[in-house]
Structures are given as structure tokens and as C-alpha cells.
Ligand binder design. Structure first.
Ligand code: NAD
Length: 298
């Protein structure tokens, strides 16, 4: 009989991930506080639960994919949450990007009931979720990681245990520093080219194969040139990640000056009504300061 997996949080990332589990032959029970994405999953063969608790009553492995620390705490520890329905021996795999200290707190609460937990945030964006090529960075016990490896491999490509609970989140924060700084640098570069009267598309094509080339450049450069800022990864979620980075840096006394600067830019973009735009819209902030718009043809 196919293994039954619980999936909570069917947003940009969770919906395609849950669909990939169905395609791979898992039986999937889903829940989201919003009804509409559940309908779509049910059409694809998933079972609909009426609460996070009910998901956990029906499944021994439960994946959560919600926005931030508060939502993870609510979904797992809150009223009608996963922990109310979970049995001893069940495993919660929180794939949301949240503060590592909160992952440790949730895991400690789960442990009181004999429930195991992995923190397993992902990178690769919506395309990675759709194509099941996500990089998955995991914190937790080796034996629990081993038990969940095949499941995680179904929604991802590279699945790596980086340490104890919370280590997945620390790895994700490191990832988010690099992605944010890269998008900001790419934005500065294209704005400079535009104002200098050099076609930004030609600049992009000239440098993409050199040292400046990167996965971020390949993903976000075409979006900027197409003026397509549909999320992808929302500005408000990246601001949240950088807030978690800066809080963690403060706790550890690690200065993170560039991260702090980009986080301020993301805050300004939220004030400009861009909270739900893709993070490639960091370009707009640089364009606003330079009074220029990047476009093909220069
Ligand atoms: P999203 O806002 O599109 O989806 C989140 C979903 O969680 C929503 O459908 C929401 O209704 C649901 N939800 C919130 N609270 C809930 C609760 N208590 N119980 C059940 N469902 C609840 O966000 P997303 O883009 O899918 O991102 C999810 C997580 O993955 C975030 O932590 C994000 O930082 C991370 N992430 C996103 C991307 C990306 O490109 N979108 C890439 C890597 C990692």
C-alpha cells in the first residue's frame, strides 16, 4: 500500500510539491487555511482534511510549507494543530523557511509527545518546486533523515543533512544572503548599463558566461529584461528571511552589513506596494534612485 503523507500549506511552493508526491504514487492528505488550492489538489487525487490536526491523525509523516515562524508554530503547535493529532513516532518535516531558534522550540515541544522533527527548508523557487529539483537543506537526527530521504528526494534534487535541528534553517539563511546580494548587484549593474546607454540585454549576454555569471543571474536577468515581476518568490518573504538572518547574526554577534542594506531596500519596496512582487523587483528600487528604467535595446 502506498505511504500516506500529510501536506500542509499549498501556496506557490507547497501546491506543486504536493502534486509531485501524488505523481510519484504517494497518498497525500492536504490542508491549507485557504480553500481554493485544496480543491485543485483534490481534483488531482489528494484527500482533503479539515484541519492540521486531522492531517496528523491520518499520516505519520507530515510536511509543512507555510510562510514564516509564526505560521509554522500555529500550524504545528497551535489549536487544532499537527501536534494535537500526531502520534508518538510521527515525523514533522517543516520545509518552510523560518528562524532556526523557532525550529528548535517546535522540535522540543514535539519531542515531549515522542514526535520527531526535521527542519528542511528549500531553495530553487517555484520552478524547482514544479520540476522537483529543489535543493533541500536539512537539520535533525541522521536516523530520521534516513527515514525521510526518499520522500524528500521525490520533491527535490540535492538533499543534504547539514547538522542537528536548526541547521537546515541556518543553511537556508546563508543561501538567502547570497541570493539577495546577487539580485541587488545585478540590479545595480543593469541600471548602470542602461544609464550609460549600453543595451542591458547585451551586457547580460556578454557577462553571463564569465565570473559574474550565476544561477541567480540566469533566473532573474531575463525577468528584469522582460519587465516580468510576477512572484516567484515574494518581496515580503525575502524581507522575512533577511530579518531572520539579521536576528540570528545579532544573537551570534556576526555583522552582516550588505544583508542589512538589502533588507532596508526590501522594506522600502513593501512601502511602494511591491510586497507580493517577485524579489527581482529589487531592480525597481535601484531604478528609482537612478531615475532610469532598464529595457531591452538600451
Ligand atoms: P505562499 O504564501 O505562496 O504559501 C503559503 C501557504 O501557507 C498559503 O497557501 C497559506 O494559506 C498557507 N498557510 C499559512 N498559515 C497556515 C496554517 N496555519 N495552516 C495551514 N496553511 C497555512 O508561500 P510560498 O512562496 O509557497 O513559500 C512557503 C515557504 O517556502 C516560505 O517559508 C518561503 O520563504 C519558502 N520558500 C519559497 C520560495 C519561493 O520561491 N516561493 C523558495 C524557497 C523557499
Amino acid at each position: 500500500m502506498a505511504e500516506r503523507i500529510g501536506f500542509i500549506g499549498l501556496g506557490i511552493m507547497g501546491k506543486p510539491m504536493a502534486k509531485n508526491l501524488l505523481k510519484a504514487g504517494y497518498e497525500v492528505t492536504v490542508y491549507d487555511i485557504v480553500g481554493e488550492p485544496m480543491e485543485e489538489l483534490v481534483t488531482d487525487g489528494a484527500q482533503r482534511a479539515s484541519s492540521n490536526k486531522e492531517v496528523a491523525e491520518n499520516c505519520e509523516k507530515i510536511i509543512t510549507m507555510v510562510p514564516d515562524s509564526a505560521e509554522s508554530e500555529m500550524a504545528i503547535l497551535g489549536p487544532n494543530g499537527v501536534l494535537e493529532g500526531a502520534r508518538s513516532g510521527s515525523i514533522v518535516i517543516d520545509m518552510s523557511s523560518i528562524a532556526p531558534l523557532v525550529s528548535q522550540k517546535i522540535a522540543a515541544e514535539c519531542a515531549k509527545k515522542g514526535v520527531e522533527m526535521l527542519d528542511a527548508p528549500v531553495s530553487g523557487g517555484e520552478p524547482g518546486a514544479v520540476n522537483a529539483t529543489l535543493a533541500i537543506m536539512v537539520g535533525g537526527k541522521q536516523e530520521i533523515f534516513d527515514k525521510c530521504f526518499d520522500l524528500m528526494k521525490t520533491v527535490g534534487g540535492n538533499v543534504v543533512l547539514t547538522g542537528d535541528i536548526g541547521a537546515g534553517g541556518i543553511t537556508k539563511l546563508a543561501n538567502q544572503i547570497i541570493v539577495a546580494a546577487n539580485i541587488e548587484a545585478l540590479s545595480e549593474a543593469l541600471v548602470l548599463a542602461q544609464k550609460a546607454g549600453v543595451d542591458p540585454e547585451k551586457v547580460f549576454n556578454a557577462i553571463r558566461g564569465g565570473l559574474a555569471g550565476s544561477t541567480v543571474m540566469e533566473a532573474k536577468g531575463p525577468m528584469m529584461l522582460d519587465r516580468n515581476f510576477q512572484a516567484g518568490f515574494r518581496i515580503r518573504l525575502h524581507q522575512k528571511d533577511l530579518r531572520n538572518v539579521l536576528q540570528t547574526g545579532q544573537e551570534l554577534n556576526v555583522p552582516l552589513p550588505v544583508t542589512a542594506l538589502v533588507q532596508q531596500m526590501l522594506g522600502a519596496l513593501i512601502n511602494d506596494g511591491e510586497a507580493d512582487a517577485d524579489h527581482s523587483a529589487i531592480l525597481h528600487h535601484l531604478e528609482g534612485m537612478a531615475k532610469v528604467e532598464v529595457k531591452r535595446g538600451g
